[in-house]
Design a protein around this ligand. Structure first.
Ligand SMILES: *[C@@H]1O[C@H](CO)[C@@H](O)[C@H](O)[C@H]1NC(C)=O
Ligand SMILES: *[C@@H]1O[C@H](CO)[C@@H](O)[C@H](O)[C@H]1NC(C)=O
Length: 381
């Protein structure tokens, strides 16, 4: 009988010890907070962030809900059962990025490699030799699907258009820029019948562009160019369009820009683009198919930006996806790669002149392929 009590006693001690350990572990664990200073619309905010939040947090991707742990690719240390399955889920390491801060809802990453601007432009120019006059493709080329779909983290749906001609059309808006800059900011957006672009105007208004020189990656109509001028920018170079010259805006083709890239290295105070980055590399405008076209274009634009300069980036945000050959949607997987090398300082929507935040639940509630059009303000590190 005493033996039984001794055994019971022993068990109790073990259980108490174990519980205590978990408790203390938890306390140490969650009690530790660090300070991140973030800059949002003119004031420095300090947020207390639990450095281990990723341990508990799930984010939604095309392959289902995954934990931050998986994004950090540390799962294999825990479940070492499934080496081969894990290889399918590599993300940042596979594409040459390192996860630096487990920020939520989008982790912060940086590139493993030092930026070599001259390589980016030389490589891009070499790729252009593959350019043909063929109709844009309606499906991914064989063998490239995995990279286009960010190693399967992106969903895919199909919507086709052949927009090659749009590059050659000279929209009246380009000829009437001098008139359009006098319009009200909302009327300017009537040119494209899509109010979401007003977020770019709000972003530029909050970060004074007075007397600054800017680079714009063009879309069909010169909306972003006009918004920049309206917000005080002194001179704009617009790339991706037929060469032309007005008082404040000059434009040139991407090829000429790439060929003369040395002239433009770190020479602009700001860069802006709305609704274009997400189409690069999908072939819709007759561009060369490239799974990483958007990342490379981002790098090229970044090379022309001064250190500390601002990058106004208008993109659709949601669950990672490609709507081939229309555009990408940036989510938990690809957005951190797109903005690696920049500090994300503010976000603007069409609903408010003040900066807003994108919350995790807001993103994860969206249906597949639904998205929020936002203008992010990034600072080049
Ligand atoms: C950058 O790339 C070019 C080739 O485009 C190469 O010649 C040069 O050595 C590279 N520079 C560095 C620092 O790696
Ligand atoms: C656009 O213009 C360029 C040069 O003017 C020409 O080579 C090209 O074929 C044109 N593209 C289309 C789709 O018309």
């Amino acid at each position: 009988m005493t033996r039984f009590y001794l055994f019971l006693c022993f068990c109790t001690i073990i259980i108490v010890f174990y519980l205590n350990k978990v408790f203390i572990h938890d306390r140490v664990h969650y009690g530790r907070t660090v300070l991140w200073n973030t800059y949002g619309g003119g004031e420095i905010r300090t947020i207390y962030q639990d450095p281990d939040i990723y341990l508990r947090q799930n984010v939604r991707t095309h392959v289902g809900d995954i934990s931050f742990l998986e994004l950090r690719e540390e799962v294999r240390h825990i479940k070492n059962c499934c080496q081969s399955a894990m290889l399918n889920f590599q993300l940042y390491k596979k594409y040459g990025y390192i996860l630096t801060i487990p920020t939520y809802p989008f982790v912060t990453t940086k590139s493993k490699y030092d930026m070599n601007c001259s390589w980016e432009f030389t490589d891009w120019l070499a790729q252009q030799e593959k350019r043909t006059n063929r109709r844009p493709r309606a499906y991914f080329p064989d063998g490239y699907q995995r990279d286009f779909l960010t190693n399967k983290y992106s969903g895919v749906s199909y919507k086709y258009s052949d927009d090659r001609e749009k590059l050659n059309v000279t929209y009246k808006s380009w000829e009437n820029i001098a008139d359009i800059v006098t319009w009200h900011s909302r009327d300017v957006l009537r040119l494209v019948d899509d109010m979401s672009g007003i977020s770019m105007h709000y972003a530029m208004k909050n970060y004074y562009l007075a007397d600054k020189r800017g680079l714009v990656l063009a879309s069909d109509h010169p909306i972003v160019e006009i918004q920049a001028i309206q917000n005080g920018a002194s001179r704009i170079l617009s790339i991706g369009q037929v060469a032309r010259e007005t008082n404040d805006i000059s434009s040139m083709s991407l090829t000429d820009f790439a060929k003369n890239h040395q002239r433009y290295t770190q020479s602009f105070d700001f860069v802006a683009t709305f609704g274009t980055i997400e189409t690069v590399g999908l072939g819709r405008y007759g561009d060369v198919l490239d799974a990483f076209g958007d990342l490379q274009m981002m790098a090229m634009l970044g090379c022309a930006l001064k250190k500390g300069g601002l990058f106004f980036l208008g993109i659709p945000i949601g669950r990672d996806a490609i709507i081939f050959n229309q555009n990408r949607i940036y989510g938990h997987a690809r957005l951190p790669m797109l903005i690696a090398g920049f500090e994300w300082i503010a976000t603007f929507s069409e609903d408010s002149e003040k900066s807003t935040e994108i919350t995790g639940p807001e993103i994860d509630r969206l249906h597949k392929f639904d998205n929020l059009k936002r203008t992010l303000v990034l600072r080049k590190l």
